[in-house]
Design a binder for this molecule. Structure first.
Ligand SMILES: NC(=O)C1=CN([C@@H]2O[C@H](COP(=O)(O)OP(=O)(O)OC[C@H]3O[C@@H](n4cnc5c(N)ncnc54)[C@H](OP(=O)(O)O)[C@@H]3O)[C@@H](O)[C@H]2O)[C@@H](O)CC1
Ligand SMILES: [K+]
Length: 478
């Protein structure tokens, strides 16, 4: 599990740590970790650190201090180090250390000229860290622009300047990095798209911040969580132990949605799938999946909504399934017909547009603050909510911590992916997983499968790769 902490939590932990080890020690630990990563990257690119030309884009606060101290360490390994100052203000002790090793200050025009000439092997972005605000202005924006796409390896200190540490937003202007070295704990921006992609490969340096996962803002699943949650059958499992899923998806207008939802469910390993939707959709489903049953009967979880379109009995269908008290995934068109009361046993799986409609806000508001949106929806509806998208957030009512699924490539951003995912989640509910784990496991499986099989696979073909991935995951089980 990867945890991310908000800036106030990190600042509070920093104070506790500083009370113990004193001022300065944390920065030295940070600078040592940063210099190690920068040195390794130089070594890999050019064979050695000696002779490398390194520019530190130096901000006025401690982020700038980290960068200058790290550059001083690289200078002691033979690098030539330069600094461009964002303002005249600079961390005094770090600046003196930088000057002592022969570090040189460049003015803006010299810096831009050298960047344009491809003169630097590495640019250390030590503009702003957790004290930073979204967006860059003035000469710093020019320098970031000039560096972008050039030959220098860009290493961000703590987080890329121009990002807001606590937000998923990418901002209009920022300093995209090839790698980010972050201190003490990950920041929410480093786990949330679109900000996440601007940070490159993230290394977490332990500087001894006393942080408790109970204070975390975000928790991202990794393979061990997925493998541990996945319901592998035991030696005596029968189809009811594995779970029977009832799927009402698709319509005469959208018969494909039924097929896609069933495809997701079938390839996630249910005991049985009952197709309870439109008759024409049902005949296509059975042709493709003869193991699917169309007769009504015992189910252990349901999926309602994909490809329903407009349907007169939407509300009554939802109510009758809710009345069973069995777990249910409410997806797509079912989300337009939710009862106006707190629900139980349901998992809602909206994308940003559907969540915006649910919350009666603009889609921009959801995209600007997805954690707020998913938490608010969970509080209002009383059930677990999975917000689908480039980062997939899961919130439960009464819980501040928001989880995210294992991230995957944008190949899954296509029509039909949501239908498939809803089928997987329903299968996991039928197997007895709690809604939060079903949401995280379903979304993680789909993303991880797409990462293992990159390319424009249609969702139904990606689903056909689930079984092999599920089998291989068993190696990760505790
Ligand atoms: N936490 C820890 O344990 C440790 C933390 N460490 C390091 O300290 C970093 C935090 O340092 P920090 O508090 O000095 O703030 P920092 O990010 O350097 O910003 C400086 C000032 O810049 C300004 N400013 C911001 N954005 C701007 C913008 N877009 N355009 C223009 N100006 C802008 C803003 O001032 P304002 O304008 O708001 O008055 C802000 O206060 C942290 O990220 C890590 O690298 C490590 O040393 C190890 C231990
Ligand atoms: K930075």
């Amino acid at each position: 599990m990867r945890y991310a902490y908000s800036t106030p939590a990190i600042r509070a932990a920093e104070e506790r740590a500083m009370a113990e080890v004193g001022d300065g020690a944390l920065m030295q630990r940070a600078a040592a970790g940063l210099a190690a990563v920068c040195g390794d990257r130089l070594q890999r690119r050019r064979g050695r650190v000696t002779g490398a030309r390194v520019l530190v884009v130096t901000g006025p606060g401690n982020n700038g201090g980290d960068g200058l101290y790290a550059a001083s360490r690289l200078a002691r390994r033979g690098a030539q180090v330069f600094a461009w100052l964002v303002t005249e203000q600079v961390h005094g002790a770090a600046w003196r250390a930088f000057e002592r090793v022969g570090g040189r200050r460049l003015d803006t025009e010299q810096t831009l000229r050298r960047i344009a000439a491809g003169d630097f092997d590495q640019v250390i972005d030590a503009g702003f860290g957790i004290g930073g605000r979204a967006g860059l202005t003035g000469d710093l924006a020019r320098i970031a622009d000039a560096t972008r796409g050039g030959p220098a390896d860009v290493v961000a200190v703590d987080l890329p300047s121009g990002l807001d540490a606590d937000s998923a937003r990418a901002g209009e202007t920022c300093f995209p990095a090839d790698a980010t070295v972050t201190f003490g704990a990950r920041k929410p921006c480093l786990l949330s798209e679109p900000a996440r992609s601007l940070a490159g490969a993230v290394t977490l340096v332990d500087i001894g911040l006393p942080l408790d996962p109970g204070e975390a803002e975000l928790a991202q699943w990794e393979l061990p969580e997925l493998a541990a949650a996945w319901p592998y059958p035991g030696p005596t499992s029968d189809k009811y132990a594995r779970g029977v899923v009832g799927i009402d998806a698709g319509s005469a207008h959208y018969p494909g949605a039924g097929l896609l939802a069933v495809g997701g469910a079938v390839h996630a390993g249910p005991g049985m799938v009952r197709f309870l939707g439109d008759e024409r959709a049902g005949s296509i489903v059975v042709q493709r999946f003869p193991n699917v049953v169309t007769a009504a009967g015992r189910c252990q979880a349901y999926l309602l909504g994909p490809g329903w379109g407009d349907r007169d009995d939407a509300r009554t269908t939802i109510e009758s399934v809710l009345a069973t008290g069995l777990p249910v995934v409410l997806d797509a068109d079912a989300l337009r017909h939710l009862p106006q009361r707190r629900l139980e046993h349901a998992l809602l799986t909206p994308h940003a547009g559907e969540l915006a409609r649910l919350l009666e806000v603009d889609r921009d508001r959801v995209e600007a603050d997805p954690r707020w949106a998913v938490r608010t929806a969970a509080e209002r509806t009383g059930v677990t909510v999975l917000l689908k998208g480039a980062t997939q957030y899961v919130a439960r009512p009464g819980e501040k911590l928001v989880h995210t699924a294992i991230p995957g490539p944008a190949w899954t951003a296509q029509a039909g992916s949501g239908d498939t995912l809803a089928g997987v989640c329903a299968t996991l509910l039928a197997a007895g997983l709690a809604p939060r784990d079903a949401a995280l496991a379903g979304a993680s499986l789909q993303a991880y499968t797409a990462a293992q099989h990159p390319g424009p696979w249609p969702p139904q073909e990606l689903a056909e790769r689930f079984p092999a991935v599920i089998a291989s995951l068993s190696k990760e089980r505790p």
